[in-house]
Design a protein. Structure first.
Ligand SMILES: Cc1cc2ncn([C@H]3O[C@H](COP(=O)(O)O)[C@@H](O)[C@H]3O)c2cc1C
Ligand SMILES: O=C(O)c1cccnc1
Length: 341
């Protein structure tokens, strides 16, 4: 008999052991077709690799992006009481209304690229615990929120881009990175929505206080998620896992969304093999985080917005890469002469 106390996190850990791997036969089929397309070999650079990546995780010899979906998860954070954002928490609800009315940056990107868009309200009027003094969530709430995030893809999609809305969550992401990777809080903290030098000091102090408060518990990545994380981070982690199980490739957004992937990566690095980094955020240490995760961002536009904007822009590129691979003519079809030798 085992004397180990069972925890709601055990189900998550079990789920991770059942994840499918890449479909190498589908990748080989993409490489074969790519050689026949009317272009010099390798001339589409990373777009060619994207087609292979889609095939690997969709397990389809001809990958397709016909129903791309951007999911934004919104939540509120108790740590905002520590003056860590340039904006008040009311902005969360106001931005939900803005998303619904079609007035946010993400709405325009989705419209421009033909991407589906869904927003998930994670009890936006109920902030999580202030991580400097308490746990953000208890275990049951954390797992329930991950399960909620798993529902994001229930309507079906063939490419998932994930993003977030949550005033204060660049502090949350910095706390997660400090907990996972160590080093001084200053290294991981950035200006988020644009805090001044005083605000930056308050962010660093908040991260330091959170790390001190939760101590050795932070050795377990799922404890990092529930103690110094937030609901939108837990939901994004759930969405990433569900996408893997249903063979849906994932595009990550910036500094904040990447923290959900970082938690999963810390449990087991292969957990996020089906994810690509949509862009390099201008926020603080995103570059360092992506290097640790082994991800090369598709775009680097100096953006630091969140709300899935960088992931959605990159999803447009992924959509184009799939269309190029599927719909280009071959040398034979087009009557174009092949390479001399
Ligand atoms: C109007 C507005 C729209 C946004 N859309 C995304 N964020 C971004 O800023 C927040 C994180 O920054 P911090 O940690 O400094 O609060 C998150 O809500 C994030 O998605 C926004 C922020 C604002 C103000
Ligand atoms: O890169 C991000 O995710 C980000 C940066 C600043 C503000 N909100 C989000």
């Amino acid at each position: 008999m085992s004397d180990a106390v069972s925890s709601p996190f055990d189900d998550i850990r079990r789920l991770i052991t059942t994840m499918p791997g890449p479909d190498e036969a589908a990748v080989e089929a993409v490489r074969m077709r790519d050689r026949q397309l009317t272009k010099p070999a390798g001339s589409l650079g990373r777009l060619e690799w994207i087609a292979e990546w889609l095939a690997a995780w969709q397990a389809k010899p001809t990958p397709s992006v016909d129903r791309p979906l951007v999911c934004v998860f919104a939540a509120s954070h108790g740590v905002t009481a520590k003056g860590v954002s340039a904006f008040p928490s009311e902005v969360n609800r106001q931005m939900l209304e803005n998303f619904a009315a079609g007035g946010a940056a993400i709405n325009q990107i989705c419209a421009a690229y033909g991407l589906g868009f869904k927003v998930f309200d994670l009890a936006i009027d109920m902030p999580t615990g202030d991580i400097t003094e308490a746990e953000a969530m208890d275990e049951k709430a954390c797992v329930a929120t991950m399960a909620f995030g798993m529902e994001a893809i229930a309507g079906g999609t063939d490419l998932l881009a994930i993003g977030e809305m949550g005033i204060g969550n660049t502090t949350i992401a910095a706390a997660i990175y400090t907990a996972l990777y160590g080093g001084p809080a200053e290294h991981w903290v950035g200006r988020g929505t644009g805090v001044d030098d005083e605000g930056l000091r308050r962010k660093v102090a908040a991260v330091e206080a959170a790390i001190a408060r939760h101590g050795d518990h932070l050795k377990d990545p799922l404890e990092v998620l529930r103690r110094v994380g937030g609901r939108e981070i837990a939901a994004m982690a759930g969405a990433i896992l569900a996408a893997r199980l249903q063979r849906i490739p994932v595009v990550l957004d910036g500094y904040v969304a990447t923290s959900a992937a970082a938690v999963l990566h810390a449990i087991h690095p292969s957990t996020i093999d089906h994810c690509i980094a949509g862009h390099l955020s201008a926020e603080g240490a995103h570059q360092d985080v992506l290097a640790r995760l082994g991800k090369i961002p598709l775009l680097a536009l100096g953006m630091r917005l969140g709300e899935g904007s960088g992931a959605a822009l990159a999803a447009g590129l992924v959509k184009a890469a799939a269309a190029i691979h599927r719909d280009m003519a071959t040398f034979g079809q087009a009557g174009v002469s092949e390479r001399l030798s």
